[in-house]
Design a protein. Structure first.
Lengths: 808, 199
């Protein structure tokens, strides 16, 4: 494989060298064009001015907001875009981005004027459906977890372990089935755990995009449900002076305090940025009681620098995030009887009557450090990109244990990941536009000794190599896009069995991924995109090697159980392997279409999708095991075929310049098609309405206010319920209620539907923005189906947050 | 093409880096201190030498193999001292959990439940269940650092011949154990039901 990789690099480099570079310094033949629009309404601005700095050249836009600059003698220059009553913007332009869209914000708006280069989407795929959370929207919620922030996008929900540990869910899939690209790098952590949230601080991001459509061709394994792309603040050149933002936010629930500081400055050829943020939060509170031990502490920082010279753009950055997260004390149970008691009691055990900032066991300590080096080399008609990332992920989990072991983590893991991505956006060939790329990944996962318990997951080293090509071509009636990718992965695994015996395995995986899609303009305002694509992922270490009790369940990984006599199953003493018990890659075929209709008055988006998951890995009941703590149901990792389909819809109506309404909803249906059964923990359906107000009133520069109501439905498509008490009684009577079967069950029924009301108001006074927002304004008591704490406690009640931000 | 002169060595360096650093370390062996797979009850009569032992043994600990459990057979009208030993003996392990419980006696307590009429002292059905905590119900012979009962050592006087059930629950009650905590507080580390016969 090494050879193949080198050949690939060289062929890529040679093709770059020989591709012709356009030089217009002699004949002044360079030109570029663009459109200038109002950042808020999207309407074109006529007679706006575009000036090339340091020259006499300039242009005005026509009625459609269009301008063209011709007879330019340089490939790169700085331009100044200005319009009376709007914020001016200076931009460093290169000719690789042929078509630019300048979105100007009015002087009295919170919005900043921005330049959007090229019509390419964030993913680089023209037919994949994408939704973006802009900086303005992000600013309101940037102190929340990534999962919670993403719920602002229709079709994205969360998988939680309490209020602080939040995993994003896209179209019903999470963890290893979605991919997070942070600052250009695949985020790699211990994603196998449903209680392992991505180690990402949203306040380090400037904007977030969710790619819902098939995009695994571009991103490789894991991109089955979708891809989350986070971009840090862009390091602009020629900022003129030091720019920055300083903000604080204080919340009533959990008595939280957040602080953020961002500084950046750009000069002629280089720029830098630095960011710091911190968070302290104590026990959250439901309407009726404190959630003892649900505090959180977080510190993150980031620094970056950018160098730009002619065709070269280089960026180097370092970021750190450190978190300490408490888990509800009352969620710790020893036996089924304990679980039955915890589920029956009104408030969880160990609930303190007082608030506290203390974080005791169970808790998690996570550190994530990333170094990235990125570079771009611009040719006039093509571009070469490279991205290298090194990530160190350290995770310690502390459980409630006996004596001195309380100070020792029961899970202590270090994961180091190197990634290298190369991409060549080639010149147009016969109308085909696209890119060719290669990706390497190398991982080293180690258990840190000293946990006094046998390791939950093994040590492993993992190398992966992928090659892809994606191409699109405008045809008569639509744009066609096709892509293909090949990945090869090799892993070497070393672990300990429960009696401390050693197992070693070499695992190889490979897969071909494909994509075909079309994109089409429908009339003046409509846009239609549809694509069908495949994706895959190899089974993760927990799915293969789990053994024994984890939280309140006993689980056996795919290679840790076997069929005994007479159809009975049980844990196996020896670890199976690919020869004795073959396991296939999990695969996904996702079809998605999105229709967008956008005018100055209406903004409609409808996205239906179908995802067929082959060899879908899940857990099913295996039977009941007798333990020293009494009987326990045990679960087996197994494979089946599952069908996911759903619909996301959103409609925004601008009543006038001041008021707008948004209605949105998401629907998802999931079924095991092999055994005609439902899965536990599938996202509930949701509808919401939001009324937004924005105007300059009461002498303030701007007042933005909104009120939003969301109703989350009960999940009716859930497996049957077998309560812990029924299991215990069945065991005592000698009639087991759980057997080896595909008949899934849940310990408790899905919680009822609930309605949540949120509101916020932001007031801008010059450079200062003051904000007030309220979450769960009606102080509703509720439990959420996809929060594993639903067996034990209610969700947090009313939270009033005050924020102040100063921009300079 | 200055860039390329730099890029190629850098790329080569990465290729070497990615393929060369594959270590082969196995996770270090850990003393498994979470699992309890063997519990031995020792009934020593106050007179005579006929010590009775009954053992619960789960060969594969966290696995699904069925455990073995001896029945308890005691003589009628006899006073016994019951001591317990808890261990992890999965594979080559030989970890004594009893010591850990002693070390953290202020966070642990044994509770007992039994068929009425098996014992003349204590009488009743034991102290398992909500609101069922009366330390006079069980003859605790050991105390924790706060002078609260622990239960690794208890005394029992059998009544006339009878058979029934004998249940032992070990509760882990960190920062919780008090004069009034019951089996409804804390987590169960052990919850076993034994068959008992008084001859």
């Amino acid at each position: 494989m090494k050879k193949l990789g080198l050949i690939f690099i060289f062929s890529l480099l040679f093709s770059v060298v020989y591709s012709q570079k356009k030089d217009c310094s002699l004949d002044c033949s360079c030109s570029f064009d663009g459109v200038i629009t109002d950042a808020q309404t999207g309407e074109p601005l006529a007679y706006a001015s575009v000036q090339v700095k340091g020259t006499e050249k300039g242009a005005l836009t026509n009625e459609k907001g269009y301008f063209i600059l011709e007879k330019l003698c340089s490939q790169e220059f700085d331009i100044l875009v200005s319009y009376v009553g709007y914020k001016s913007v200076v931009h460093h332009h290169d000719l690789f981005h042929k078509h630019m869209n300048v979105q100007l914000a009015e002087d009295d708006m919170i919005l900043e004027s921005v330049v959007v280069e090229g019509d390419k989407q964030q993913s680089g795929l023209s037919t994949a459906a994408e939704n973006k959370i802009s900086k303005q929207e992000l600013d309101l919620v940037k102190n929340e977890s990534l999962g919670d922030v993403l719920t602002n996008i229709t079709g994205v929900s969360t998988m939680k372990t309490g209020a602080n540990i939040v995993k994003p869910v896209i179209h019903g899939l999470y963890g290893n089935r979605i991919l997070i690209i942070n600052n250009g790098i695949r985020h790699e952590g211990q994603t196998w755990g449903s209680d392992h949230a991505p180690e990402i601080d949203v306040s380090q991001a400037d904007n977030v995009t969710v790619v819902k459509g098939a995009s695994a061709v571009k991103y490789g394994p894991d991109a089955m449900g979708g891809v989350v792309i986070l971009n840090p603040p862009k390091m602009e050149l020629l900022t003129g002076h030091l720019h920055g933002e300083a903000g604080v936010e204080a919340g009533s629930n959990g008595r939280s305090l957040n602080g953020n500081l961002l500084l950046q400055e750009g000069y002629k050829k280089w720029a830098w940025m630095a960011q710091l943020s911190g968070r302290q939060q104590g026990d959250m509170k439901t309407p009726d009681y404190y959630l003892t031990n649900t505090g959180a502490r977080e510190l993150s920082y980031m620094a970056g620098t950018r160098y730009h010279h002619k065709n070269i753009d280089l960026q180097l950055s370092y970021s750190h995030i450190g978190q300490e997260l408490g888990v509800l004390r009352g969620s710790v149970v020893g036996s089924l009887e304990d679980l039955a008691l915890a589920m029956q009691s009104e408030k969880p055990a160990y609930t303190n009557s007082d608030f506290s900032y203390d974080i005791n066991n169970p808790r998690q300590e996570v550190q994530h450090d990333v170094v990235t080096a990125k570079g771009e080399y611009n040719f006039s008609n093509s571009m070469l990109k490279f991205e290298y990332g090194f990530q160190a992920n350290r995770r310690k989990e502390f459980d409630v244990r006996r004596s001195n072991n309380n100070e020792l983590p029961s899970i202590d893991l270090e994961l180091f990941t190197h990634t290298l991505d190369l991409e060549w956006l080639h010149p147009e060939i016969n109308g085909w536009d696209g890119s060719i790329g290669g990706q390497w990944l190398y991982q080293d996962n180690n258990n840190v000794p000293g946990t006094n318990t046998v390791q939950f997951v093994p040590n492993y080293n993992n190398s992966r190599f992928g090659l892809y090509i994606t191409e699109s071509k405008p045809l008569d009636h639509f744009t066609l896009e096709v892509g293909v990718r090949y990945d090869y992965q090799q892993a070497n695994v070393r672990g300990r069995e429960n009696d401390n015996g050693i197992y070693r395995q070499d695992l190889t995986y490979n897969s071909v991924t494909g994509l075909i899609g079309i994109s089409k303009e429908l009339g003046q305002y409509g846009h239609f995109r549809t694509s069908i694509g495949s994706a895959w992922r190899p089974p993760n270490v927990a799915e293969l090697y789990s053994y024994g009790k984890h939280e309140n369940e006993v689980e056996y990984g795919f290679w840790r159980w076997e069929i005994k006599s007479a159809g009975a199953v049980g844990s196996s003493r020896d670890v199976a392997d690919q020869d004795s018990k073959p396991i296939d890659n999990e695969t996904s075929f996702k079809w998605l279409a999105t229709y967008n209709y956008k005018t100055s008055k209406h903004d409609l988006e409808i996205t239906p999708y179908v995802n067929y998951m082959g060899n879908y890995i899940y857990t099913r009941p295996g039977g009941i095991v007798s333990t020293v703590r009494g009987p326990f149901p045990y679960f087996l990792y197994d494979q089946t075929n599952a069908l996911f389909y759903g619909l996301d819809a959103s409609y925004i109506h601008h009543h006038n310049k001041t008021f707008s309404s948004q209605v949105r909803g998401s629907y998802l249906y999931v079924k095991d098609v092999s055994s005609d059964a439902y899965f536990v923990g599938i996202t509930s359906n949701k509808v919401g309405y939001k009324l937004n107000f924005e105007k300059s009133i009461l002498g303030f520069d701007n007042v933005n206010a909104s009120i939003e109501g969301n109703y989350i439905f009960k999940q009716y498509n859930a497996p049957k319920v077998i309560s812990p008490t029924e299991i215990i009684e069945g065991e005592e009577a000698g009639t087991p209620v759980i057997e080896n079967s595909n008949d899934r069950f849940d310990f408790a029924p899905a919680p009822d539907g609930y309605f949540l009301l949120d509101a916020q108001v932001n007031v801008t006074m010059g450079k200062l923005i003051l904000g007030l927002r309220g979450k769960n304004l009606l102080n509703t008591s509720y439990r959420d189906y996809t929060n594993s704490m639903r067996y034990y406690a209610d969700e947090p009640g009313l939270n009033v947050l005050f924020s102040a931000k100063y921009k300079f | 093409m200055k860039v390329l002169r730099i890029t190629i060595p850098v790329l080569l360096l990465f290729t070497v880096l990615f393929t060369s650093c594959s270590d082969d370390d196995v996770p270090e062996a850990e003393n498994e201190e979470e699992v309890i797979n063997q519990i031995t009850l020792t009934f020593t009569p106050s007179e005579g030498t006929e010590v009775v032992t009954a053992t619960y043994y789960d060969p594969d600990g966290e696995g699904t193999e069925k455990p073995t459990q001896d029945d308890i057979v005691l003589k009628a009208n006899t006073e016994y001292t019951l001591t317990m030993s808890l261990k992890n003996t999965v594979g080559d392990e030989n970890e004594d959990i009893t010591e850990e419980i002693k070390e953290e006696s202020d966070a642990h307590m044994f509770f007992f439940g039994f068929t009425e009429g098996l014992f003349s002292d204590p009488q009743g059905t034991g102290n398992i269940g909500a609101g069922n905590r009366d330390d006079k119900d069980i003859n605790y012979e050991d105390k924790d650092v706060n002078s609260l009962p622990l239960g690794l050592t208890t005394t029992w006087t059998t009544a006339e011949a009878k058979s029934g059930n004998f249940r032992i629950i070990l509760k882990h009650q960190p920062n919780l154990k008090s004069e009034s905590t019951t089996t409804e507080d804390g987590q169960s580390d052990v919850d076993l039901n034994w068959k008992i016969e008084i001859k």
